[in-house]
Write a protein of this length. Sequence first.
Length: 169
Amino acid sequence: EDMLKPSIAAIDGVCTGGGIELAMACDLRVVAETAEVSDLHLKNLGVGLGGWGASTRLPRIVGLGKAKEMILTALVLNGRDAVQAGFAQRVFPPGKVVEGALEMARKIAAMRPHGVKITLAHLDRAVNMPFYEGLRYADTVRRLLGPGPDAAEGYKAFVEGRKPEWGKG
């Protein structure tokens, strides 16, 4: 979670136990239509508190009500339901999940590298801040990140209607 490089979980099968915990530690999750996503700690182990933070992460990702439903009833989500619940961002046909994750990664890789790192760090911290504190934090980070050759290159490329060449501005 503190890698400062985006991580994408590609789920093309059963995702429970340690698998769901690892997937939730990633920044983004993509799933196959036929994926089976569940938190079965309570059902299988008698207590719904996974060792790697499942009971803390799941409500933050899908909301408290859906997390309770998933844990207390051993609900298994298919790929489309996982996206609808907010667990995953995209759904793909079986066998196409890694390809979908790589396409998402290519889009991220086209962004300003330092900007991606700072944005990830901000999003991970701001989500737990009071709203106005998050706004102040974003403003501070924006002022620190904004100046410099990459920012100038970004603005110039936008005006010229071309893709920026990060690190060359």
